[in-house]
Design a binder for this molecule. Structure first.
Ligand code: IMP
Length: 173
């Protein structure tokens, strides 16, 4: 396996996820919330966030694709749709792994908002703010990071490294 430099340890991620879960709970209290997890990258984050969330949570999945290797193609395609009935009239939180150019989140936001939720916000684990092309800012973000290609905790490089329990950067020899 390639050498990986750790950026956030399991403990650091866990601490931040707990903080986000508690901030979200303060927003909704006991109102029902539908969390929409974007596959595959956000799945580890979504599971941990929901385990820490104390309110009434539902979980739905959506899959879009835009990346090949290390670069966004800019062309987003829907690979697994959402059931509109599960979204209509609900408080919805889109859970993303990472926001880079912003194209993917912009696409998902529009797709979900066309299903007329009661409210809609986004919660991303990582935000590469400096790389943004589209004017979109997630409501909650775990960590704002520099322009680095990161892997682990669900994030992949050509489908590899998702299973790492930490977030790191692949050291290219
Ligand atoms: P955007 O459309 O450029 O904002 O890209 C967002 C999507 O690209 C994310 O949901 C990830 O799947 C992927 N992505 C962006 N940056 C990284 C990275 O550093 N590591 C792994 N995947 C990334």
């Amino acid at each position: 396996m390639d050498k990986i430099n750790i950026l956030y340890t399991e403990e650091e991620i866990d601490k931040r996820v707990r903080e986000l879960a508690s901030e979200l709970y303060k927003t909704y209290n006991d109102e029902e919330v539908v969390f929409v997890c974007t596959l595959k990258g956000a799945v580890f984050f979504a599971c941990d966030l929901l385990k820490r969330y104390e309110g009434d949570a539902r979980l739905e999945f959506l899959r879009v694709s835009s990346y090949e290797g290390e670069s966004s193609t800019g062309k987003i395609s829907l690979k697994m749709p959402l059931d509109a009935e599960k979204i209509y009239g609900k408080h919805v939180v889109i859970i993303e792994d990472i926001v880079d150019t912003g194209y993917t989140l912009e696409y998902i936001r529009k797709y979900v908002s066309d299903m007329h939720p009661k409210s809609l916000i986004e919660c991303t684990l990582l935000d590469k703010k400096a790389r943004r092309v589209v004017d979109i800012n997630p409501t909650y973000s775990g960590f704002v990071i520099e322009d680095l290609f990161v892997v682990g905790y669900g994030l992949d490089y050509d489908q590899k490294y998702r299973n790492l329990p930490y977030i790191g950067v692949v050291v290219k020899e």
